[in-house]
Design a protein around this ligand. Structure first.
Ligand SMILES: Cc1ncc(C[n+]2csc(CCOP(=O)(O)OP(=O)(O)O)c2C)c(N)n1
Ligand SMILES: [Mg+2]
Length: 357
């Protein structure tokens, strides 16, 4: 790897770390609402993965989604604005932390339903097969998702139809407060790929170069031979599941022990041992990133909230249906749906049906 490339990878990991540290601060200040799941500790996986993608490739992930967007090159400003619910956000301030989307960069988003996006990844892979292009899909999820039916459905069709999807389990040892050994009968999660006859690999998710090596083989297999792979990256999250997690299910000692394998520290140390960079180079970069974060915070804070009348825009179905009596009385809603063609089946029934009936 040339010096510049190594520097960029280090930079992206540090950018994610500093970005999310600011997020945690803004959350405590009440400037970020809703849920906030931090990726701190897991940066090597997302950064290694994104470094292998071509511009026209796709990825999709769970709610712990900030790191991939940053590593894929989305500007931190609209990402931070999204977290603050501002109109300048990447999802117009309506998605928040769990729903960063950037389709021009192949980012099909964060998804709040555990395992829910795996069949979508298979569908994206199927689309690639239909178009006969050479794109690939990376699909990231946690160790908690492997016990969802959606995981098995997605792997089965991906194997059956030869879909170019790389499924990446980020095993951070916990699904919320439940340790893996209380949730999974098989502890080596990558072995689950054997049930579907697909390639499978285990990798140290704290080691950027190891992840890159293993993923690069999987991406090649998907691109050239249209074969899916299941990868298990063993990693660790330093922070709670989300900001509201008191973390009582693990000890402080365990977290501190894992921090010794910190992916940013380890990669930086390696670069310095190879005499490619000095501590002063890395410190200067850190300073630069912190300044970039200040600018992003300023941008987010100065941006407006979305106008109330945009509430009904960018939703999948705007048409009236029986549980939207309140909305129907709202003139803003009426104005926003005036051009909708309401399919007959969705037209409000002349009924007195009650919510929940
Ligand atoms: C279908 C479904 N069940 C339960 C939840 C609640 N929930 C949110 S995150 C989570 C834990 C998932 O853990 P894991 O897949 O390991 O991902 P991690 O948070 O560790 O990245 C659970 C159970 C959900 N969002 N969706
Ligand atoms: Mg987990």
């Amino acid at each position: 790897m040339d010096r510049n490339e190594a520097f960029q990878l280090y930079r992206q990991m540090l950018l994610i770390r500093r970005f999310e540290e600011r997020c945690a601060q803004l959350y405590v200040e009440g400037k970020i609402g809703g849920f906030l799941h931090l990726y701190i500790g897991q940066e090597a996986v997302g950064v290694a993965a994104m470094s292998l993608l071509r511009d026209d490739d796709y990825f999709i992930t769970s709610y712990r989604d900030h790191g991939y967007a940053l590593a894929r090159g989305t500007d931190p400003k609209p990402l931070l604005a999204e977290l603050c619910g501002k109109a300048t956000g990447i999802s117009k301030g309506k998605g928040g932390s769990m729903h960063f989307y950037d389709v021009p960069r192949g980012n099909f988003g964060g998804d709040g339903i555990v395992g829910g996006h795996l069949p979508i990844a298979a569908g994206m892979g199927y689309g690639i097969r239909l178009r006969e292009s050479e794109q690939v899909v990376l699909c990231f999820f946690g160790d908690g998702a492997v016990n969802e039916g959606a995981f098995h459905e997605a792997l089965n069709v991906s194997a059956l139809w030869n879909l170019p999807v790389v499924y990446i389990i980020e095993n951070n040892r916990y699904g919320m407060g439940t340790p893996l050994d209380r949730a999974s009968s098989v502890k080596d999660l990558y072995q689950r790929g054997s049930a579907y006859g697909i390639s499978r690999r285990d990798v140290n998710g704290m080691d950027l170069l190891a992840v890159r090596q293993v993923l690069s083989e999987a991406v090649d297999l998907a691109r050239k031979d249209k074969h899916p792979t299941l990868i298990e990256a063993e990693t660790y999250r330093y922070r709670g599941h989300s900001m509201s997690d008191p973390g009582k299910y693990r000890t402080k000692e365990e977290v501190e022990e894992m921090m010794k394998y910190d992916p940013i520290y380890q990669f930086g140390k390696r670069l310095m041992e190879q005499e490619r960079f000095t501590q002063a180079d890395l410190d200067a970069l850190d300073k630069q990133i912190l300044a970039e974060m200040d600018e992003a915070v300023k941008f987010a804070e100065e941006s407006p909230f979305p106008a109330p009348e945009t509430l009904y825009e960018d939703v999948y179905v705007r048409s009236p249906y029986i549980y939207m009596r309140a909305a129907e009385k709202d003139p803003a809603w009426a104005a926003s749906v005036k051009d909708d063609h309401v399919p007959v089946v969705y037209a409000p029934a002349a009924t007195t049906a009650k919510v929940g009936s």
